[in-house]
Design a binder for this molecule. Structure first.
Ligand code: DGI
Ligand code: FE
Ligand code: FE
Length: 398
């Protein structure tokens, strides 16, 4: 197994890290990649809104999920340096990983600066006896010249070293220091994955101070996406796009449709126990069927979270609340969200085009067909039809 190891402060993890990690994973044909946030001693974190180690680990986790999707291999965050007392040395980290993965081929990934000062690290010969190096830089001539010189120098000084350098033509050169300085003014988001940016905004890190209860859809978007698993991001963006189209066509409030779409699945990644705890906390009554099926719970707990954290109004609340089952006598916005969720551009199940056509003919035709398809699908899979689904269908089919 080829195991990549990519350490850094990740303060914060940004697109430069992401693109480099994905490119190196592909180039080296890694089987697995570990991202290792460095343990930064607390006295170094005196600046305004500086993240705790836990928060850096959380942000790195978002980036890891995204990297895994793009690279097609498992990418995980290792907490070993965060949990280790005192300053962490790469040599110690590699020794620990060698024990944990005795048969793996270890590849240490690093950017230009790290590579060019490598001989000054703690125990470079130990590092090179445990792992191969892969350094990446921008594909400008000066980088390649510097790289070649350093490769030769290290090769002479450490004859058994295995060193690969790679040029990344579209490497985003980002200074974390400049990025941190830009964030309080509402800039810098474009250098981050939306989920990392959203996490920063919702935790008020780096001096950002957005009021989560008064966000424009553009401000809300990254924050809402930070509640999702990375693989669900595309779906939710698709629902927003479809909800705008349907709202415009049928005269619903476009801004409300966008907010409801962005938040409709915000608790989807939670487990049953977490749903039940939220339902308890926000006084949502549940029947037996709902208690047993988290798919029926996420719309209700999602509505509760959207109200508690983002202060959404009753119309948006109920559009989220009813988006999975529907109900009898639905509002315009409820139908828009139910159907946008069903037919957004990334959906590709059998019959989706017929459902799109019906929806653009009339919302009620779309609803009747969508509900019928859901009921047929649940029947095929031997699942119970919830009373609200049945009532929604009975109400419309006439
Ligand atoms: O959250 P999404 O996957 O984007 O979509 P959704 O909220 O519409 O959830 C769809 C799932 O919910 C799908 O697996 C079917 C399930 N579902 C919808 N109505 C009912 C239902 N499951 C049961 N058991 N009973 C229902 O009436
Ligand atoms: Fe949903
Ligand atoms: Fe959805």
């Amino acid at each position: 197994m080829k195991l990549g190891i990519y350490g850094g402060s990740y303060n914060p993890p940004h697109l430069g890290h992401l693109h480099a990690a994905v490119a190196a994973a592909k180039y080296l044909e890694l089987d697995r990649l570990l991202l290792i946030p460095a343990g930064i001693p607390p006295h170094k974190q005196l600046s305004e809104g500086a993240p705790e180690a836990e928060q850096r680990a959380a942000m790195t986790g978002y980036m890891a999920e995204q990297a895994a999707l793009l690279a097609g291999i498992p990418v995980e965050v290792s907490r070993m340096e965060i949990e280790r007392e005192g300053k962490s040395y790469t040599a110690d980290t590699l020794r620990a990983l060698r024990e944990q993965y005795p048969d793996a081929e270890l590849w240490l990934l690093m950017g230009t600066d790290m590579f060019l000062t490598f001989q000054a690290w703690y125990q470079p010969e130990t590092i090179l006896s445990l792992a191969s190096l892969c350094a990446f830089g921008r594909s400008e001539n000066d980088t390649e010249e510097l790289f070649a010189t350093q490769r030769e120098y290290l090769g002479k000084r450490f004859p058994n070293a295995r060193i690969v350098t790679m040029a990344l033509p579209d490497l985003v050169e980002i200074s974390s220091t400049e990025l941190r300085a830009a964030l309080p003014a509402g800039k810098g988001g474009k250098y981050l994955t939306p989920q990392v940016y959203g996490y920063i905004l919702r935790e008020h890190l780096y001096g950002t101070a957005l009021d989560l209860r008064h966000l424009t859809p553009d401000q809300l978007r990254p924050v809402a996406l930070s509640y999702l698993k990375a693989k669900r991001v595309r779906h939710v963006l698709g629902v927003e796009e479809e909800a705008i189209r349907l709202a415009e066509r049928y005269g619903a409030d476009v801004q409300k449709a966008r907010v409801a779409a962005l938040l409709h699945d915000c608790t989807k990644k939670l487990g049953l126990a977490e749903h039940l705890a939220l339902a308890e906390r926000y006084g949502i009554e549940l029947d037996e069927e709902e208690r047993a099926e988290d798919k029926l719970l996420h719309s209700k707990t999602g509505a509760a979270l959207a109200r508690a954290v983002f202060g959404v109004d009753d119309e948006i609340y109920s559009a989220i609340f009813w988006h999975t089952t529907g109900r009898a006598n639905m509002t315009l916005l409820e139908k828009v969200i139910y159907l946008a969720d069903y037919i957004e551009p990334n959906r590709n199940f059998d019959g989706v085009d017929a459902l799109r056509a019906a929806t653009y003919e009339s919302l009620n035709k779309g609803m009747a067909l969508g509900l019928r398809m859901t009921i047929e699908d649940l029947n095929r899979r031997g699942k119970q039809i919830h009373r609200n689904t049945r009532e929604a269908y009975e109400f419309l089919k006439g």
